[in-house]
Design a binder for this molecule. Structure first.
Ligand code: ZN
Length: 95
């Protein structure tokens, strides 16, 4: 699994579970893809119980994208996975 795989897993998880994910912490940061400033939501570290998605893969993907001051998130508008740190959202893979 590389970062692109991880991005895809997180995005699919969101699409599969968007209606049931309860942890939808908003982050005020501009999306690097579409520029919307109020649509970034942090992705939960662990997939929610009842998600059809394999728990292990989700957590591995989440940890791959996360770093000390970087958390995986998703733009609810354009549905691109981003990483959030220091109040800014960045494209994954940009270090
Ligand atoms: Zn966006």
């Amino acid at each position: 699994m590389d970062e692109l795989d991880a991005v895809e897993i997180l995005r699919r998880y969101w699409l599969d579970g968007a209606g049931t994910i309860t942890s939808k912490e908003m982050v005020l940061a501009s999306c690097p893809f579409c520029g919307k400033g109020d649509r970034i939501r942090l992705l939960p570290r662990q997939s929610q119980t009842g998600s059809p998605f394999p728990q292990d893969n989700y957590q591995i993907a989440w940890e791959m994208l996360a770093a000390t001051e970087r958390l995986p998130a998703i733009c609810g508008f354009c549905l691109n996975v981003v990483t959030v740190g220091g109040g800014q959202a960045e494209m994954p893979g940009v270090k």
